[in-house]
Design a protein around this ligand. Sequence first.
Ligand code: HEC
Ligand code: HEC
Length: 350
Amino acid sequence: MPAKPRRCAVRMTAVCALTMVAAATRSLPAQPTALPTAPAAKTFSAPAWAFPTAPPSTAPVPAPDSVTPHRVPNSARRYTWADVANRFNAPDWFPAQHPPMPSRVLYGIRPEGRACGYCHLPDGQGRPENATLAGLPAEYILRQMRAFRDGTRLSANPVSSTNSMHTAARGTPDDSLLVEAARYFSRLTPRRRNVVREVRHVPTTRIAGLLYAYDGHGTEPIDGRLIEVPESIERHELHDPWVRYTTYVPVGSLARGRRLATQGPAGVATACATCHGPDLLGVGEIPAIAGRAPTYVLRQLINFRTRARRDSTAAPMYAVVDTLTIDDMVALAAHIGSLPPTRSPRRASR
Ligand code: HEC
Ligand code: HEC
């Protein structure tokens, strides 16, 4: 019987959070287990706009073109859409920009364990609809993989309680392959690829996968939303790791987010830096959050708030998110996404 993680009764502090994380890590189940009980969140419904999901279509999906080669700026490589659609051989536009990928990251394991590099990209920058893995602690990556696998980390997406990570995690029952993948991603350096813009009106968009793309029709009120859009949907779909994203948020979000992050949400005298470290670049096994895709950060705040994330080390985040409104979450995601993701950002730029 594994030891129960310590509970921090009065006030959550970094030391307390780290103790809980360490205790939970020691008691990690290697194999799927039943869901742990989690305290119920107060009423909160995840807004549908935070999880754009195209309705299922009955139209036949045409096979991707396997003839015409495509390119992205500054790469000598050429891939057809059929190459890019191969989930068991991650497109790698810039092989000189990262160490050689372990087989699990480049090829995955058939039939279900798709290549990590296919979604999270070979250099670990990820995409807003999945996650940046570059530079995260290997122990944290491994723990999250197990949480996806045993079902204690779900998604608050109102139209789907599951996501592609569950399939990828369940497709890899062998932990040693996950350890190798986790170590690979932890050694890479994250880059910030988004620009945050405060607006009253946002360009109109269409749903493209789990993300938005410009539709060129004009503008509409931002109406409290956070809308992240790639500068080129084609480069995004081609898995170009250097494509940039613009994150539109309501006017005033950045200052509000900075205030919430430094003072802590109302009623919780705990600034984010208490646990996520100076400049929010992570401490021990508590992950860095600075400079990550605002879409990802927002979805995780919602996931903690709805308890879709109830893995063994999620509890320290509950007191933080339970007092937040969706406007606060948008503001925090914008502020955090606009911070440098490394101590010396110049090192990470081309
Ligand atoms: C088919 C796409 C896909 C593949 C393949 C995939 N992932 Fe993911 N991954 C996702 C998505 C989507 C999320 C975001 C889930 C969410 O927001 O709840 C994610 C999130 C994660 C996270 C959480 C990051 C964090 O900061 O908490 C980790 C860790 C991770 N993936 C590791 C991996 C590893 C390692 C592999 C290969 C063994 C892999 N993934 C393969 C789509 C994928
Ligand atoms: C008491 C400690 C504590 C405080 C304060 C705290 N966090 Fe966290 N946070 C954690 C821990 C621990 C995790 C990892 C949870 C897990 O393992 O599932 C985490 C995870 C996260 C994640 C998910 C990261 C990922 O890679 O998926 C986000 C986003 C986040 N925190 C945002 C914030 C913000 C914003 C604040 C301030 C408003 C904050 N946190 C304050 C302890 C804390």
